[in-house]
Design a protein around this ligand. Sequence first.
Ligand code: WTA
Length: 640
Amino acid sequence: MAANTTTMETGTDSNNNLYFPPKDIVRKANVKEYETLYQQSIDDRESFWAAEAKKLDWYKKWDKVLDDSRKPFYKWFTGGKINIVYNALDRHQKNATRNKLAIIWEGEPGDVRTFSYHALNREVSKFANILKAMGAKKGDVITIYMPQIPELVIAMLACARIGAVHSVVYGGFSVEALAERIHDSQSRILITADGGFRRGKTTHLKAIANEAMQRSATIEVCITVKRTGEECYMENDRDFWYHDLMLMPLDCKDCKTEVMDSEDPLFILYTSGTTGKPKGLVHTHGGYAVYTATTHKYVFDIKAEDRWWCAADPGWITGHSYIVYAPLINGATIMMYEGAPNHPYPNRWWQMVEKYGINILYTSPTAIRGLMRYGASWANRHDLSSLRLLGSVGEPINPEAWKWYHEVIGKNRCPIMDTWWQTETGGFMITPLPIMPLKPGSCAKPFFGNEIAIVDDHGKEVQQGEEGNLIIKNPWPGMARTILHDPQRYVEKYWEKYQQQGWYLAGDSARQDADGYYWVIGRIDDVIKVSGYRLGSAEIESALVSHPAVTEAAAIALPDDLRGNIIHTTVILREGIAPSDKLADELKEHVEKEIGPIARPAFVIFADKLPKTRSGKIMRRVLKAAAMGLDTGDLTTLEE
Ligand code: WTA
């Protein structure tokens, strides 16, 4: 196939399984052509990014687009002064966007709140002033642990406005996960809520936060938003209600947006890696703003009249980049929903698409598969004609789910943008554009400025169609700059393997087909993706080992039709403790309490020994093969 975007036709080509975008989408697209522009962006990467950066508002223009003098610690737009919040809020106050809806939010019980750009700016200013009054300063790390309510976005923006660094911990995480992240970042301020609504029940975030604060003693001030109204313990001098503080007679109107260096940190986001401790990846004000805004505008073809819905949680990178920052910079209207997609019925999302006239929906394969189970009739009850584009992220989308999404939700007229990227990349790296022919299950081609390759362990490009390590050959503005307090680990994890060539190792395996389309297969390390959420086997293992009955544990991922992966664990018990179904259940509960419901193992198997290499590394591939009833393969390195 020639990816010739000028001769595209509406509809599908069943022979090649190619899906062509409708003509009017191509005609109106923000980017009308890919190959030439892509080539230019590669030939002169810095000019490409400088041109995009100019579209943002800077207090002072940069001196240098890219500083690569300390590889792999790249810097972008050095010498430039900017604040991402100035671009997300302040600049919109000067024109008609101030009257536009910034956020439409619906709670799971059905309550609705909306914020114009003006109102959002006012709330953010007010809360930023309160944070300052509480002693928050530029450079401080502030932990945010909240359900998906507007105050979560307000809190993030308020931190960024005063130059504080936010560290959002996903509201589905539990005590140990939160305590560990607070401790690692040495955060003094925590912003949380009493709880949230999920599947008709309430979550108890403040109770979890209280226990985490006990385990990790750095928090001096905790601000709690009242969401569920359930009673919760508040400690004198430490705990404050958000609504009380917001009534304080501070000068609430204005809080000056702090002038930041382009490379100043904007946030830390913890993500799971191969080893135990989660990594606090650091993203910056300048490069991240440029990268997220550009990818969002081009890939999702953002128009002034669009209502954009990224149905992720702000607690993950998808939410940071594409619920909060990129859409606000681009002046879009953001849809947010607090709860579960199937509550009270499996038409909840489709009802909201119709009610709010959503134009673009961006979600995960696991959510699609989950809704697909209930059949098309739930979606067919609703008028989904406002939809123009769809998106997918988090794991490979199986062609069956892709086709259902395309047919039943997109009515065969909405191209699906299957975007491949990571917490580390900040924004989309490999992705279609709305003008490209699509192949179900492929994330298509590199975004502008990016050179991608599939290589073997020695750095040699594999044959076309063969599987290998996915690498990125170049720096890009949205890249994470380092791991908090651990630059060495940043180098080891991402850059050491192909140090000579200076390539970034993504940790995924993939292949490229004859048309240049990429097909991501999955992780090559011990990262487990459950329902698109990222967990490390080591985290689950340490949670198990923290239980008094367990001495050793191994966690692996098994494929699952609905969730992508489920967690399978093998544990060795302490001397004298007998295995039982009751204990297995207790261990599952324990992991859930320590890390969160997403980490709950589907299986706990008791064993006397774990398969290990002579150097003592657990051979997870042997466990996996055994659990799946497959051949265990070459066991020559197995110790016993
Ligand atoms: C996987 C999420 C296939 C991949 C934004 C990556 C995908 C990991 C896709 C990062 C996709 C993400 N197709 N796999 N479109 N998008 N992944 O950090 O394994 O939570 O390395 O970032 O998700 O997960 P993270």
